[in-house]
Design a protein. Structure first.
Length: 214
């Protein structure tokens, strides 16, 4: 168990600042650009909550939630702009794992049928929340409606996930060896998940492109 604690030492000593930087970048990318499809966003926020619990900083986790909320709102606007810029066409990947015509059409149908509520619910579905701004922009969904719905979704989503990690981490802290061991395992899993995700992203983008009408 000492090894786990020692392995976690550099991250623990880096403290909330490193956690903030990593989380805000990941949340923004997950909402703004296609690479976000392959990033472990929810896992990152849970891990961030656990890390902050190790520092006993409840104020920090709430501030992180505000930061994540802001990054999500800004990322949604960037994603919408990118979709809107290219008109009613989105470049997918033929036989793609995530960025394929089937997923784009499903997302488009949700936006068309449910509008405001579709955008709101999309925030809670990992790959849909990345495609949603792009598809909404390409479909020329009313920007005000999109902005309000996506912002409300971010306001409710951003605090919930890190707080689960924070209060769960607080329970782990009652057992001296458990907190560093679990946190180290989460960090290792997160790093591995990110590396695998980026590898899948490169494989996806290497596939032949196809234009999908939205």
């Amino acid at each position: 168990m000492g090894l786990a604690a020692d392995g976690f030492g550099p991250l623990q000593s880096a403290g909330p600042v490193m956690v903030w930087l990593i989380v805000l970048v990941f949340v923004f990318l997950e909402c703004a650009v296609i690479v976000g499809l392959f990033l472990p966003g929810d896992s990152l926020l849970i891990t961030a909550g656990v890390v902050l619990a190790a520092h006993g900083s409840e104020a920090q986790v709430w501030l992180l939630a505000v930061g994540a909320m802001t990054a999500a709102i800004v990322g949604n606007q960037v994603g919408y702009h990118l979709g809107h810029k290219h008109g009613h066409r989105v470049i997918a990947r033929r036989s793609g794992r995530c960025l394929n015509a089937k997923n784009l059409h499903r997302c488009s149908q949700v936006m068309e049928r449910h509008g405001f509520w579709g955008v709101l619910i999309a925030r809670w579905i990992p790959f849909v929340r990345t495609l949603c701004p792009l598809v909404a922009g390409a479909a020329h969904m009313n920007r005000r409606t999109f902005t309000i719905a996506s912002s409300i979704g971010a306001v409710f989503w951003a605090p919930v996930i890190p707080l689960i990690g924070y209060y769960g981490g607080g329970q782990l802290g009652k057992v001296p060896w458990l907190m560093p061991a679990v946190t180290a395992a989460l960090v290792v899993a997160l790093i591995a998940g990110t590396a695998i995700g980026l590898r899948h992203y490169r494989q996806e983008m290497a596939k032949p492109p196809e234009t999908v009408e939205i």
